[in-house]
Every structure is written in structure tokens, then in C-alpha cells.
Design a protein around this ligand. Sequence first.
Ligand code: PMP
Ligand code: GLU
Length: 461
Amino acid sequence: MHNPQQHHSLIAQTPGHTPLALASSLQEMASSPTLAINEVVAARRAAGRKTIHLGFGEASFPLHPLLNEAMARAAKHTGYAPVAGIPSLRKAIAAYLERTRGLAFTPDQIIVAPGSKPLLYTLLQALEGDLLLPVPSWVSYAPHARLAGRRVIPVETGASDHHRLTPQTLSETLARARFEGANPRILIVNTPGNPTGSMFSGEDTQAIAHWSRERGITLISDEIYAELAHGWRAHVSPAQFYPEGCIVTGGLSKAFSAGGWRLGYAALPGGTASKQLMASLRALASEIWSSATTPVQEAAVVAYSSTAELTSYVKASARIHAYAVSRLYETLAEAGALCPRPAGGFYLYPDFAPWRDALLERGVTTSEQLAHYLLDHWDIAALPGTAFGEPPQALRLRLATSMLYTLAEAETENEREEVLWAMLAQAEKWPEGDAHNEMAIEMPALEQARTSLRAFIASLG
Ligand code: PMP
Ligand code: GLU
């Protein structure tokens, strides 16, 4: 007769049959370093430890009232939106890309999602081939590619020429990758870039687009920082030169300081192949997130309508990011750190190689150890170069300035907003171009970061 107890013990003994066992492909996967450091800083602060937060890149100006009002008007719209986005938003984004970047997309070539991050991931799921990925580059591209079962082929870039990506390096990398059995078919570029803040020149952008076109490589151009160019280099989209093979992504997170709204887009080329790609993205979206939040989409229509008020809000926030970055850049350059001068966004990427010996004496030989050392001994949170694909021994850190505009301690939300609105009003009056580097703005947290970094570097001798 069947004995249930005996049956149970037999199953329990079967190797591998423990509950909650992880898939082997995910056992090594940790939380994304950007979001992880943000939580580390929050926990330290909650425990009363002051921390200079250079770890997380989040544009955090107060929401523009026009977006706030649009969101309030739409809050009751609780129905699901169409998978690719509401028609008015897709139309507004197409028009925005035409107006601001001279790119011709029709609304049916636009798809929106809860952030550009899931779109970047689903693009790598949907497109054929392995990924050519410049080093350093943003933390999530490589994990996305690996989750999608693609090989990641690093393309080396260097600080000495502002991380240029040249056809020669691309060709050499492609040849080597093919020789090793990979099938590179996709290249991601990000200008202005995270983590370096570098921007490609117009000529280099054109050369990268032509190189990709000649080889039938799909170019994904992550332009989420496009609106945040600092003024001494213009943003040029490679889609201008390769409209049939370049996908442009972006969203509300950086220019409109609304990362938590989770709204991003991808603009796909025209043509039959692209229609199939859109169908595939819609299919993936419909199985994973269904649609982006409906009221957020309705408010985003306003964001992408570029009224004069919104345009000057975005411009003023870009100026403040530029100001903070250039202050910190000065500090690093004066102290002798090797650091490409950022041209956009809110990141810096210094190299502490000049102090390798002094750091070795402190037991620091890798960027990860350096990041830990800074947090433990100097209360400075930063991300190690390894998070961006660098080899462990490269003593590079990514510093984000965007959390330094107000003091973290003892501030109400209203006080914080007041300070930031005053800052935006001040920046709106600055002259055109990159003369705002000469202006002065009161940012105690930034000054504290400068002082601490200066002291840290001085302590290394
Ligand atoms: N690309 C880059 C380079 C980023 O820094 C970010 C923000 N972390 C994203 C894409 C994704 O932004 P979101 O999902 O908020 O659109
Ligand atoms: N863009 C931010 C950063 O690189 C964080 C948000 C994210 O990674 O999703 O710090």
C-alpha cells in the first residue's frame, strides 16, 4: 500500500529538489551597483553616519508644475494603456526628436515603457547577435546582454582622448571577436556618457554611424543625457547618419528629473525589418510589463511638447549639472587626478593611478577596494570602475554630482524644493554657452565633497 510519509521522504532526499533553488544562470547576479550604493548610503544615513553621496546619478530637481498638473488631471485614468504607449505620447516624442535633434520618426516607430532600462533589455532580447560594448559604459548594459544570452565584447576606449570610439578600434575588436567565434551584430553608444560625461564630436559620431552601416551592425544610441550637454560640445545623434539601422532611446529620468516616474522610449527606424522588431518588442512588453503607467504617459505628453517654460527649465537644470561637475573637475584636476573633462550629464570618472603606491600601502589595489576605503575612512560613496566594465586594477571611480545640490540632513521637502527653484531661477539668467562655469552658486554639499576629496588626495602624499 502507498505510504505517503515514505513517499515524502523519498522526494525530500532527491538531490536538487530543495525549494527556492535559484536558476544557475542567476546565482552570481547581484543587485545593480547604482541602486545598491543608493541603499547603502540611505542605511548609513539612517544609522546617523554622514555620507558624501557621489554614488548615484539621479536628477532631482523639483517636478515642473506643468507636469505636476498634467499628472493630477490624469490620476483617475486607471485603465491600462496600449502596450506601445498612448498615441498622443508617441506622436509628441516623434515631434520632439524632430524638433530637438532633426530626426525623422513617425509615431508608429516610437514605443514607451516604464523607463528606458527595460527597453534596452528587451532590445537585446529581440535583436540578433552579440553586443559590442565600449569600456567603460553604464552598469546595466552588460547584465542585460548576459540575461539575454548574448556575449559581451568589450571595445577599449581611453581617457587621454575623452573616450573616443574610432572605426579603427571598432574594426580591430570586431575582427578579434569573430575570430573567437562571436557574432557581434549590435553596438551600444551613450553620448553624453555615463560614467565619463564624455561626448562624441560630430565627426566621430558620423564615423561610428558609417562604420556600423557598412557592416550592417544595429546601433543603439542611448541618448538619455542628450538634453544635459554642458554647452561646449553639441549633441549629435548617430541616427542622423544611419536612420535605417539606429535605434534611439531616452526618457524623463534625467532632463525632467523624474526617474521615479519610470518613463522611457525607444525610437526605431522605418522599414519592414524594423516593423518586425517593433512587433517583437510589443510582444515582449505585453508579456512583461503590459504598458507604462497611464497618468505618467499623459503627463509625459506635456514634457515632450517643449513649451518655452519647460525648455528653459531643462536648460537651467543642465547648467546646474554643468556647474557642479566643473567645480568637482577643477578640484580633481588641481589635485593631479587623471580625469577627462566631462561635456554633459552629471558624472566624472577620475583615475587614481598616480597614487597607486600610496594606495597599495593602505591595502588598496583595485577600484572596489578604493571605493570601500573611501566609504569607510572618508565617508565618501562612489562606484568602482569595475561596475562599468573596467579591469579590477584600474583605479578609477565614478563620481556623480547630482546628489550634492542640497544638504541631505535636516531638510524638509519644501525647503529642499525652495533651494532648488531658486537655483534654477539663478541659472536661467546665466549667459549662453559654457560661461556658467564662471558663475557662482551656493552648494554646501558640493563644497564639502570638494574639501573631502582634496583632503583624501593630500593624505596620499
Ligand atoms: N542609460 C543610462 C546611461 C543611464 O544612466 C540610465 C539611468 N540609470 C538609463 C539608461 C536608464 O534610465 P531610465 O530607465 O530611468 O530611463
Ligand atoms: N542612472 C543612475 C546611475 O547610473 C542610476 C539609475 C539606474 O542605474 O537605473 O547612477
